[in-house]
Design a protein. Sequence first.
Length: 561
Amino acid sequence: MSTAFYFDPDAYTEAHARSGARGGPAGLMGRQVAGKEFLDAYLWHARADSLTGVVRTPDHGKVLAGICRSHPTAATRPRPLSVTTEGEFLEVAAGPSPPADVLYVPCPPDARSAWARQGIGARFALCGVTHTLSSAGAVNSLCDLLVAPFEPFDALVCTSRAVLDLVRAVTETFADYLADRFGGRPHLRPRLEVIPLGVNPDRFRPATPDERAAERTRLGAADDEVVVLCVGRLSHHAKAHPFAAFHAADQAARRTGKNVFLVFAGWAAHPAVEQAYREGASRLAPGARVAFVDGQDPKVRVGAWRAAGVFLSLPDNIQETFGLVVVEAMASGLPVLGSDWDGYRDLIVHGETGFLVPARMVRGATTRATTRLILGQVNYDHFLAECMQTVAVDPEAAADALTRLVSDADLRRRMGAAGRERAVEHFRWERVVRAYEGVWADQEREVRDWTPPTRPGPAIYPAPEVSFAGYPSSWISDTDLVRTTPGAEARLPTFLGLPLTNVSADRRSSDRATLADLLRAAAAPRPVGELSAALEGAGTDPVRARATVAWLLKYGLLRPA
């Protein structure tokens, strides 16, 4: 299978920053966890016998090489790794032997790559995956799927049916606009696939009795307490407002008379946020005991899974798309109480592996919210908060469901076992990787039968010879004659050595011997095409060959004959 991975450490490694970079959110991000797990699963389960990485900088290539070297499969199934920069990948992909038929990116396919592919006539398919799609930039990338030169063999993998509905809603609305504005209705060319995120059922598994006892002791849970676990960022405006969780825990404790221990294994972007959670817990869940532990510490997270009896996650935010923690909880043998929200309904089987709590929105309450975001009248965080405030996760339904789980240990065991079976059957990473490989195999077959059109640069910004055709006094073509100026060969080393006259040297031939041969060949008038062909025969590609002739003309080593 010929698939290359675009590797950026930010997408495939877990970060634990206490403050967000460039104004971004702080702490461990779900997409980083998912990316790290996906790469690990690919190294374990992919059928490919070699790996190709595409990187922006050589330093990123070193990070990828380090990950591959340290992975357990390096000893049991070593695979050759080739790393290339994205610029090198595009140039080679325009030749007769592309380095890969598919380029996978850990986000929706980038319009920039599609335009570049069109501009140089490269032959490869693009495949990307959705994560959060609520920012203006992310939604704009979906609109690009209609207007950028994506092809039917490109693919966007949606992690849930709700995300698929979102992609269709955005692109169909934008298609209506384009039809109204320009006539004719465009259609979405890339294929849409639904493939969930996955879980490693060996890493996430039910705890043994000894493990459970040890982790409950470490967590400080009493023998008679039912531990209800929440895992994830503490962000009431951008992840899940805790009100429904606090209310459910409080009511479950009061109604059953049992001791409920609500544990948040999470992390906050700012101490004030964690303090707000603590204050909310004391006021809104006085009947339950509530604790906050550092979920960025992998040991703490693993311990919390093993100590818990119920997993609770009640998102109400448009930033959520899938719910990786839900499949981790199911694989850990825990019953799940979740919102009937976005991807959660693909994961939880209501009444069998847990309970889905209704989530309702009031129509018309957010009508102008996206307009304010686009205009910059609100920032992204305030936009998320505004939308979150219009979503009601039914607090009484959550309380009823948690009460049933707290009061019935046998129900917890049955639902936990059913959840474990569902996670292993449907969401183990091996199955997910096979689904991706199936999509990539289809893409490979289709792209190999495709002949890219020849264009002078991408249509969104044609090559300078097209865009600026009216700028020069005249254009020199292959049939025009040029000749060497007197003393040109002697002056050549000066122009090759001066920084002022040696700009963009990588875009042309700078080999002194090759250029000297060319100057001698042009002692008598020669067509530009003939000189370019001589450079191509010496190993220079056609574009660089003509740029070399232009350089010799620019500094007076050649002149029109």
